[in-house]
Write a protein that binds this ligand. Sequence first.
Ligand code: ADP
Ligand code: MG
Length: 140
Amino acid sequence: MNERTLSIVKPDAVKKNAIGDILRRFESAGLKIVAAKMIFLSKAEAQGFYAVHKERPFFDSLTTFMSSGPILVSVLEGEDAIQTNRRILGATDPVKADAGTIRRDWGTDVEKNAVHGSDGPDTARWEIAYFFSELEIQTR
Ligand code: ADP
Ligand code: MG
C-alpha cells in the first residue's frame, strides 16, 4: 500500500554531518522524499512530539536531547513506507541494530540513535501533521 511516514534525522546525526548519507538510504530503499525541512525544536515542542512517552524514565533526557540542536524532519512516501523505513532504521539500540542499518552506522546510544521513524499508520498521520501542513507536502 502506498503510505507516508515521518522521519527525523536527530541532533546527534546532524552533528555527525550524516544528513546526506541518511537521506540517500531512504532514496536507495525506494522511498520518495515528499517534504523536508530543518528545524530546532524547543523543549516544549519536543515534549509535545514525544508526549506518548511522558511516563517513561528517559522522557526528560530524551526531550532535552531532541531540543539540543537542529533536526531534519521529512515525509517519506512509497509502498509500505512505514515498515520499509523501520527496517532500514534498525533496532532502537544501535548496538542491537542489524549491520547496514542507519542506527547501527550512525547511532550514538539507545537515546541518541540518529533517526526517528513512525511506527504505524495512525502515528504516522499524527506525526506528519505535527510538523507539516498538507500544502508543504508534494503530491506529484
Ligand atoms: P523507537 O524510536 O525505536 O520507536 P521508542 O518509541 O521505544 O523507540 O522510543 C522513542 C525514543 O526514545 C528512541 O528512539 C530513543 O531516542 C529513546 N529511548 C528509547 N528507549 C530508551 C532508553 N531505554 N533510554 C534512553 N532513551 C530511550
Ligand atoms: Mg517509537
